[in-house]
Design a protein. Structure first.
Length: 156
């Protein structure tokens, strides 16, 4: 895995490579964007490059989450008459009762990773959480997460 990440950075440079790794880590859970970010921040060693790298990981992750959200949202319409489709409709009905809670969970997940933001993204798409709201909460949460991590690495 490390060789793959090293080759991406060697081929694209540290900034474009970081964006690509951000996208990959958002799509493939075993690729860890946080560990990669720690490494490139340690290599840069400076504040503004570290913040730029953190923003690129956050943007890359949200590109991946958009793909996942749209895929889950599209897939829910395929089997409306199936057993799974009925379960999704029942979950949507419950979601309407909570209205604001999924938004808080989306933001908390984007910042902390608990519950996994990958799972929350799929649920948001499947349950019909408004895309714009999902995206805004997700990008703000991811930026907070990755910039905080970069700053912690620089301080330690």
């Amino acid at each position: 895995m490390r060789a793959l990440l090293d080759s991406i950075v060697a081929a694209l440079g540290i900034y474009a490579g970081t964006l690509v790794v951000g996208v990959l880590s958002g799509l493939v859970p075993i690729i860890n964007g946080e560990i990669f970010l720690v490494g490139v921040v340690l290599l840069s060693g400076k504040l503004w490059p570290a913040i730029a790298l953190a923003l690129l990981v956050a943007i890359g992750q949200m590109i991946a989450k958009i793909i996942l959200y749209k895929a889950a949202h599209s897939a829910t319409g395929l089997g409306k008459d199936s057993r799974l489709g009925r379960k999704i409709e029942a979950a949507r009905a419950k979601l309407d009762k909570w209205r604001e809670k999924p938004l808080a969970i989306t933001f908390i997940s984007a910042v902390t990773g608990l519950p996994p933001f990958y799972l929350i993204t799929l649920l948001a798409g499947a349950l019909g959480v408004r895309f714009r709201t999902f995206f805004i909460l997700g990008i703000i949460g991811r930026v907070i997460r990755f910039v905080a991590l970069a700053l912690i690495v620089l301080l330690v």
